[in-house]
Structure formats: C-alpha cells, structure tokens
Design a protein around this ligand. Structure first.
Ligand SMILES: C[S@@+](CC[C@H](N)C(=O)[O-])C[C@H]1O[C@@H](n2cnc3c(N)ncnc32)[C@H](O)[C@@H]1O
Length: 207
C-alpha cells in the first residue's frame, strides 16, 4: 500500500513521463549494479527519481563555469549533465568509476580518488566544486581541513554541498556548513529539495 501511495505521489509531484523514466532507470541501474557489484545505493537513486540532483545541475549551470569538479561523483549523473568545458568526477570506488566511464560521455574525466587527488589536477582554477550526498559520513572539521588543504594549491570559486534535514534519521552527521566553512566561504543560497524532503542544497562562495 505504501508503494502504491508513493507511486501516485511521485506522479503528482513530477508528472507521468518523469515517473516512468524514473522506473525505467531504476530497472536499468539495478541490472548494472548487479553486473558490476555496485553498492545498493547506485541502483535506488537515479537522476530521474531524485530532485536534489536536478537542483545541483541547475545551480551549477546558472554560474556558467569553465571548470567543474565533483568529489564523490558516483555514476556521474550530476557532473555529466553540467555545462562546462572542463569536468572532472572523482570517486573513491574503482568499480563505480569504471561504470561511470561506460555510462557517461567521453568529455567527462573520471578518476579514482578524493580530496587528495583533486590537488593533482592540472587546472589551477576550479569554478565549482560539488560534494553532495556523502559528506554526511564525515566529521565537519575533517571536511573543512580537506578544503583548506585544496585551497593551498587551487583557486576554488564556489562549493556546492548538501545538508540533510535533522529530522531525517540514519545519517551520521547533520552538518551546518555555514558554521563549518566560517571564515573560508560564505553562503550564497540554499534550495530545499522540495517533495523529496531530505536535504537542502547550499551554494558557498569562497571568500
Ligand atoms: C550516495 S553516492 C552519491 C553520488 C553522487 N554524489 C550523487 O549524488 O549522485 C556517494 C558516493 O560518494 C563516494 N564517496 C564516499 N566517500 C567518499 C570519499 N571520501 N571520497 C570520494 N568519494 C567518496 C561513494 O563511493 C559513492 O559513490
């Protein structure tokens, strides 16, 4: 019964076409995940089913960036849809990067890695750094420390992160990034993920 009500709620919020695209993509990614032994998460949250991913793409594209980097890019669903001449996706999971390279077009550069590997990029300026839907596993001071280290060797203009609402259980950390980035970045805007009701997406400008 809960599934049926969720289904109709989805149709109401996102329309019939998007709901069927979401179902199709769920099935497709389920097969991919089984074949490549990916973590369950990659098969349950395709772009077409999750509002926050579209929000991130929209915010990035409004900034008209030249170079965009995403850490924790998963299958590349966000970075592959961003308009930028230079795009790099990093993920710590080798298998995930292998599949991202197969699914996304070749202009995306996918790399196994995380904060440290971003420092080795040849680009000196990163217009937008995206880190969404995984920072909730890391302590705030750790995240800040990693950003400070990158800033020693790169110029970052904007950072996009997500804050999971405190009433959502099952997350290790519920960050307040305004506090976490105090003195290094200033919040420009917050957008709620609306009907998904999980998180808000925040845009920070490096000061
Ligand atoms: C829930 S998925 C989200 C993927 C993508 N950000 C999205 O929203 O579509 C989280 C991804 O972050 C990656 N990840 C987690 N911790 C990481 C870390 N410390 N460095 C790089 N990637 C990490 C995981 O391997 C996984 O692919």
């Amino acid at each position: 019964m809960k599934i049926v009500s969720k289904f109709f709620c989805k149709i109401k919020n996102t329309g019939v076409l998007n709901t069927f695209c979401c179902l199709y993509k769920l099935l497709f990614l389920k097969i991919v995940s089984v074949l490549f032994r990916l973590e369950r998460w990659h098969s349950i949250a395709p772009y077409e089913c999750r509002a926050y991913k579209k929000l991130v793409v929209g915010i990035v594209n409004e900034l008209q960036p030249h170079t965009v980097v995403e850490i924790g890019c998963g299958l590349g669903e966000i970075i592959s849809r961003v308009n930028a001449a230079g795009k790099h996706g990093f993920d710590r999971e080798e298998n995930v990067i292998k599949v991202a390279k197969m699914l996304c077009s070749i202009e995306n550069n996918f790399h196994v890695g995380s904060f440290d590997e971003v420092k080795s990029l040849k680009e000196k300026i990163i217009d937008v750094l995206i880190m969404v839907n995984w920072l909730h596993d890391l302590d705030g001071s750790h995240i800040r420390g990693e950003i400070e280290e990158i800033l020693k060797v790169k110029e970052i203009k904007y950072i996009i992160v997500d804050e999971v609402h405190t009433f959502r259980e099952g997350y290790r950390y519920h960050h307040d990034f305004e506090q976490c980035f105090h003195g290094i970045a200033e919040k420009i805007k917050d957008v709620d993920d609306g009907y998904d009701n999980y998180r808000k997406i925040s845009l920070f400008k490096i000061s």
